[in-house]
Ligand binder design. Structure first.
Ligand code: AKG
Ligand code: FE2
Length: 321
């Protein structure tokens, strides 16, 4: 075969599809099946929505998440962390940013099976897929642990979660990132609730320090609620004035063409992929052929999955130990 013939067999479009598989499900159908249309509308209008506990998960599930987060917090800090007490600090756990009254627990997915279960939560995924059309990947799964004195100062720490491009202009329709906070304790202004500037996502840019801080509203939400937000909306948090912890499980999802905050892709154990649906593997970047070494992209490994999206092929599973 001449070099020219080989070239003519190179199907640019097919390879592009492998690099960026397009969503194939009925995402609008899932939103209406779960009765989430009103929350989708709220996110479109104000940039965030509070989805009530009964639409998210049973109280027993929330209790399992809370206990797992508290266990990890104790293990990593070496401190006696208790829900109804203020913490002393993050002890042995030197994660950043380091600020008074708060620390963030990173990389929770591998810490307890309950976090895997959460990543399969239908309500959270329906909201994510409404924006990212099956092209989202887990960027990070973390917990904000906050107690009295946790305070971002006069600006309330307002920011947006979409990475800032050099132009400063954030994409309006593509939605590079979406985020959600599963409340593991009650949220109110006094309890240091997350603060949002309603409608600010429409500005498609990051706030200047202190800008529109007077318009920020506190989210009132009982434990078990899911606060879902557009990555462009300006948000921060009110100072925590009450005793005891404010806890979240925060699931930050980005479009698959962006870099993730935490390492997943080939770092996910094979058994974890095998015991979960294929959508779980895709969300963790298992279908992403990027990051190759000397052999190059190995498109053929991924081709079988593109043909049969319901089965993670052995050619991919064998990349995971
Ligand atoms: O609850 C907070 O302190 C802020 C949370 C936040 O900025 C986030 O989850 O992106
Ligand atoms: Fe944020």
């Amino acid at each position: 075969m001449s070099e020219r013939d080989q070239d003519s067999q190179f199907d640019v479009q097919a390879e592009d599809n492998l690099l960026a598989p397009k969503g194939h499900d009925d995402y609008a159908g899932k939103v209406s099946e779960l009765g989430l249309e009103g929350y989708v509308d709220l996110v479109a209008e104000q940039g965030f929505a509070v989805i009530p506990p009964e639409k998210v998960a049973p109280p027993e599930f929330i209790e399992r998440v809370r206990s797992a987060v508290l266990r990890v917090a104790k293990e990593r800090t070496g401190e006696a962390i208790e829900l109804d007490k203020n913490a002393n600090g993050s002890g042995n756990y030197k994660s950043e940013p380091r600020s008074a009254g708060q620390f963030i627990l990173y990389y929770l997915l591998f810490e307890d099976p309950v976090f895997e279960e959460w990543l399969c939560n239908e309500t959270m995924l329906a909201m994510v897929n409404h924006y990212l059309r099956g092209e989202g990947q887990l960027s990070s799964m973390t917990s904000f642990v906050k107690w009295k004195g946790g305070d971002y100062g006069d600006t309330l720490g307002l920011h947006c979660d979409t990475p800032r491009p050099a132009s400063g202009v954030l994409p309006e329709t593509c939605n590079d990132v979406v985020n959600s906070a599963l409340c593991l304790t009650d949220y109110s202004e006094k309890d240091g609730a997350i603060a949002f500037v309603p409608g600010s996502h429409k500005l498609c840019r990051h706030p200047k320090p202190g800008e529109r801080v007077d318009e920020a509203v506190a989210v009132d939400a009982p434990a078990g609620s899911l606060i879902f937000f557009n990555g462009n909306v300006w948000h921060g948090a009110f100072p925590k004035q009450t005793d005891g912890l404010r806890l979240t499980l925060t699931t930050y999802i980005c479009h698959q063409r962006l870099k993730t905050q935490e390492q997943y892709q080939r770092h996910v154990p094979r058994e974890m992929l095998e015991r979960n649906p294929p959508a779980f593997a895709r969300l963790l970047g298992a279908a992403d052929p990027m990051g190759w070494k000397t052999i190059g992209p190995q498109f053929s490994r991924f081709a079988a999955w593109a043909k049969d999206p319901e089965t993670v092929p052995d050619s991919i599973l064998e990349l995971h130990s």
